[in-house]
Design a protein around this ligand. Structure first.
Ligand code: GAR
Length: 216
């Protein structure tokens, strides 16, 4: 069973989607720990609701960002975590954590990368006037939302969309593709080759799941 560590900063709806998939028996994984950098993150309540251990680590308690990530790394390693899942964790991951988990840290971003990285991906999409946006699960590297892409899902952007309405539409798909990406990892089906991720024997869940290796 894959041992997961989740890092979150806020609401934690993606964290919840992963919990639900595990509890439904659809994802063979165990969440060993939730780590938050914000003591009022609602994700903490979700961890309590499901008996998942959690830890608040205050970045201000550390002299450098590196020291903060060394602490996170040590907490994850001491629990035997094999995959780190960023679920609305609003920080750039630094070297101590990256080096300990090469191609073993995943993030979800609310845009079709490499478009609209960084904060407010949905607002960036609305402001730019794109007609299609979506979400991306990728492995984390030292850049901002630049790592190898695992899966993406697309949604239409309507002329009267606001940041809020587009975010809501994208979020529904986030909750599907994040557990799906973790399942592919758990099944040993993700092969990273340079900046590309090859998915072995992949059958997309529905038409919005894009993987050019699969032709209908
Ligand atoms: C999600 O939309 C996620 O894609 C986004 O934050 C939200 C967290 O929601 N992440 C980023 O923008 C990372 N750059 P959640 O706490 O309810 O999962």
């Amino acid at each position: 069973m894959l041992k997961i560590g989740v890092l979150a900063s806020g609401r934690g709806s993606n964290f919840q989607a992963i919990i639900d998939e595990i509890e439904r028996g659809k994802l063979n994984a165990k969440i060993e720990i939730l780590i938050v950098d914000n003591p009022s993150a609602y994700a903490i309540q979700r961890a309590k609701n499901h008996g998942i251990p959690y830890l608040y680590i205050n970045p201000k308690d550390f002299p450098t960002k590196e020291a903060f990530y060394e602490k996170i790394r040590d907490e994850l390693l001491s629990r035997g975590v094999e995959l780190v899942v960023l679920a609305g964790f609003m920080r750039i991951v630094k070297k101590p954590l990256l080096d300990a988990f090469p191609n073993r840290i995943m993030n979800i971003h609310p845009a079709l990368l490499p478009s609209f990285p960084g904060l407010h991906g949905q607002k960036q999409a609305v402001d730019h006037g794109v007609k299609i946006s979506g979400c991306t699960v990728h492995f984390v590297d030292e850049g901002v939302d630049t790592g190898p892409i695992i899966i993406q899902a697309a949604v239409p952007v309507y002329p009267d969309d606001t940041e809020e309405t587009l975010s809501e539409r994208i979020l529904k798909l986030e909750h599907k593709i994040y557990p799906e990406a973790i399942r592919l990892f758990a099944e040993g089906r993700l092969v990273v080759e340079g900046r590309k991720v090859k998915i072995l024997n992949y059958k997309p869940l529905n038409a919005w799941f894009t993987n050019p290796e699969v032709r209908e």
